[in-house]
Design a protein around this ligand. Structure first.
Ligand code: TYM
Length: 410
């Protein structure tokens, strides 16, 4: 008898699936299929919120599904599908948009990060005169915003909330002027943040994620630490919907994986597909070695015999995830005494990671040679997901007074 609570999670087809995805989420996805009803998907509608290659997307989506199966996900024990194959995800997003406050979306750090990275890339592409023009524009809008701030200050100082309104029309004008100035300042500052060029889809990304989860009334979500803020928004959306239209949705909580936040090989940002600081779960041993070679280690170790501090070394933290206890204890001691160099330590890590990943690579090769296994799994997964999604949407439309049923009841 399986637990009553439903599980949902997703992964973007935006690049190679890496060991952060695997240990932060997918391994847990696999475990949960033994005890819960699980719904998992490759979220292509999310992947198109940033610049992407249309020709490459279908094969990336297929590879994403194939890799999760190679990581041990058995499609007979869960519903595995592609997000855009179940259109109710985007329908529910629109309905959720009507209860989601803009302010909550502006707080999302991932949106700000992605918008900033896009601005950075756009600036990097510009050379010479074009770059100067872009910087002048940034300075001009920033200065414009500052001048408006001065005008806003004068208006705000003139506003006395405690005074009795002798002239309601004048007060209304004053308030509207303050509001307009605030809006203009916000708009200009967004240009500075790189937000103005980001798509509405990127801004709305967390609402689509809330729709993914709540479409299946899932309350357990196995994801890494980086998704916590999105889950908070999901709970806020569910709460607001339930308050306005009746109790339809559960509150979703995060289930922690084995490693909630794996650091990238650059040693300062989380391991990420877009930052190219990762080891892919399908990487061959040679590639693992070459990826590890320049990886950041303990900065105190300049020479091979300098005593090290494994507790601050990212390579050691990966050893703890991939090497056995005895190996970790030995490396800890040798590093502290300065009898093992970072090069050897990395080579031993490469062997340990390769041993872990070899069976995953083998299963991936088998699935690639038999694509019909993947496509059939997706068709079955889509049917199951579509059935659950249809049930929730009927209830949602009823609760909100939309859809043909609402008119039939007149
Ligand atoms: P995505 O594709 O970035 O990552 C997939 C999963 O991997 C986890 N993860 C990590 N865990 C530990 N260390 C890391 N360095 C690391 N990098 C990534 C992520 O937390 C995630 O669990 N927005 C989501 C996809 C999504 C989703 C959903 C997830 C869309 N709808 C609904 C859950 C529920 C994302 O971009 O994941």
């Amino acid at each position: 008898m399986k637990d009553q609570q439903r599980v949902f999670s997703g992964i973007q087809p935006s690049g190679d699936i890496h060991i952060g995805n695997y240990l932060g989420a997918i391994k847990k996805w696999v475990e949960l299929t033994a005890t819960h009803e699980c719904v998992y998907c490759v979220v292509d509608d999310h992947a198109i919120t940033v610049d992407y290659d249309v020709k490459q997307l279908p094969s990336r989506t297929f590879e994403g599904v194939l890799t999760t199966m190679a990581c041990g996900l058995d499609p007979d024990r869960c519903a595995l599908f592609v997000q855009s194959h179940v259109p109710e995800h985007t329908e529910l997003t629109w309905l959720f948009n009507t209860v989601t406050p803009l302010g909550s979306l502006f707080r999302m750090t991932q949106f700000k990060d992605k918008a900033r990275n896009a601005l950075q890339r756009a600036l990097d592409k510009k050379q010479g005169g074009a770059r100067k023009t872009a910087l002048h524009e940034l300075r001009r809008t920033g200065m414009g915003a500052l001048a408006l701030c001065d005008e806003l200050r004068i208006d705000l100082e003139a506003l006395n909330p405690d005074a009795t309104a002798d002239n309601p029309m004048a007060l209304q004008e004053q308030v509207m002027r303050i509001n307009d100035r605030m809006g203009t300042i916000l708009q200009q500052l967004q240009v500075g943040l790189g937000v103005a060029d980001a798509s509405c889809g990127l801004f709305d990304y967390p609402v689509l994620q809330a729709a993914d989860i709540l479409l299946y009334k899932a309350s357990l979500v196995p994801v890494g630490e980086d998704q916590e803020q999105h889950l908070e928004l999901c709970r806020e959306v569910a709460e607001r919907f339930n308050r306005k239209f009746g109790p339809v949705f559960p509150m979703a909580t995060r289930i922690k994986g084995e490693a909630p936040r794996i650091l990238g090989l650059d040693g300062n940002q989380k391991m990420s597909k877009s930052l190219d600081n990762y080891i892919g779960v399908l990487d061959e041993k040679d590639r693992i070695i070459s990826r590890l070679k320049p990886a950041f280690t303990d900065p105190a170790r300049l020479r091979r015999d300098d005593p090290g501090h494994p507790e601050v070394c990212n390579i050691y933290s990966l050893h703890k995830l991939f090497s056995d206890g005895a190996t970790c204890a030995r490396i800890d001691e040798e590093c502290r005494r300065g009898t093992i160099g970072c090069f050897d330590c990395k080579n031993q890590l490469a062997t340990a990671i390769d041993t872990h990943l070899a069976p995953i690579r083998e299963r991936a090769d088998h699935l690639r040679a038999h694509p019909s296994i993947v496509l059939e799994a997706l068709a079955t997964g889509r049917d199951r997901a579509g059935q659950l999604a249809g049930e929730t949407m009927r209830e949602v439309r009823d609760a909100m007074g939309i859809g043909p049923q609402a008119l039939n009841r007149l």
